[in-house]
Design a protein around this ligand. Structure first.
Ligand SMILES: [Zn+2]
Length: 306
């Protein structure tokens, strides 16, 4: 079998050489025409490589290193969604990161809940980019940081939309489903929880939602199995309960937390639960900003700060 294959490969090689010789002979005595044809061929090849259409299922998720806070940029088929924007102090970092990524328009901005570590930097994003839809669980909250956020939403000519659990929307080829919003009394439990599905890959973002909300989501019977889990509440033991984790069964768990933060996040019990579930844990306090890129069904993590 192997010998036959080698003979065939040899014949193909001879045929290709003959073709190349006859192509070159056509330009005998016309070196300029030969070079021109060669340049055209190379330009065509380069065009085919660089202008490759994105394949359905290609998506990038940037987990930004905003310390003890949350911010993630999702890009799918040129459409963009910013989930949280870090603290006020992260504004210039967020602004320059989005600018470097060439973001001029945000199709969706999701403020998971009204705490500063999630909405503080959003005005900077709204200063840089135009915006489509802005989701937040509330339209009013008693803090200067929230008033500032509302001002910039107004300035952008948008308004805050409070989503409903169960609703879906598209982000390029991806489908985003809202799994929870305003499902508890505490501010953390007002968090918008959403799942992004793109081809065979999925991402679950839970904001700072705690066990109480996780149980409500389980009771609703959604399919929450996800490739990547953005771990709830910076890895606090009040989130990521066993029952919830057993349904999500993530391959990767992302924890956004500050170096030696005063809350002790992530808590050891949460890390133990994630390890028991077999998830690979990536933490912003250890790895900085992380980019998860899915291309042609192949998922890779990049750590630009390292
Ligand atoms: Zn938080």
């Amino acid at each position: 079998m192997k010998a036959k294959k080698t003979t065939n490969e040899y014949k193909t090689f001879i045929k290709q050489t003959e073709r190349a010789v006859s192509f070159a002979e056509r330009f005998k005595g016309k070196p300029f025409a030969f070079i021109l044809a060669l340049v055209a061929l190379l330009a065509f090849l380069a065009f085919s490589v660089f202008m490759r259409e994105p394949v359905a299922g290609d998506i990038s998720v940037h987990f930004l290193n905003v310390g003890q806070a949350d911010a993630a940029l999702v890009v799918c088929d040129g459409e963009t969604m910013l989930i949280d924007g870090g603290n006020r102090g992260d504004s210039s970092f967020l602004y320059s990161y989005l600018k470097k990524q060439g973001v001029e328009h945000l199709d969706y901005v999701v403020a998971t809940h009204a705490h500063e570590d999630h909405i503080g930097g959003l005005p900077a994003a709204l200063k840089l980019a135009t915006v489509g839809t802005v989701y937040c669980p509330v339209t009013d909250f008693d803090s200067d940081v929230f008033d500032d956020f509302v001002d910039y939403v107004d300035k952008a000519g948008a308004r805050i939309t409070v989503p409903t659990a169960g609703e879906t929307f598209s982000l390029g080829n991806a489908t985003v489903r809202i799994l929870a919003v305003n499902d508890g009394e505490s501010v953390n439990n007002t968090s918008i929880v959403l799942k992004i599905e793109c081809g065979n890959t999925s991402f679950l973002f839970t904001g700072d939602a705690e066990r109480e909300v996780e149980e409500i989501i389980l009771d609703r019977g959604y399919n929450i199995k996800s490739t990547v889990l953005k771990v709830g509440h910076h890895g606090s033991d009040s989130s990521t309960c066993y029952r919830f984790l057993r349904e999500v069964m993530p391959e990767y768990a992302i924890i956004s937390c500050g170096n030696s933060n005063s809350y002790g996040h992530p808590h050891t019990v949460t890390l133990d639960r994630l390890e028991d579930a077999g998830a690979v844990i990536h933490r912003t306090d250890e790895k900085g900003t992380m980019v998860c890129r899915v291309e042609n069904g192949d998922m890779r993590f990049f750590f630009p700060d390292k």
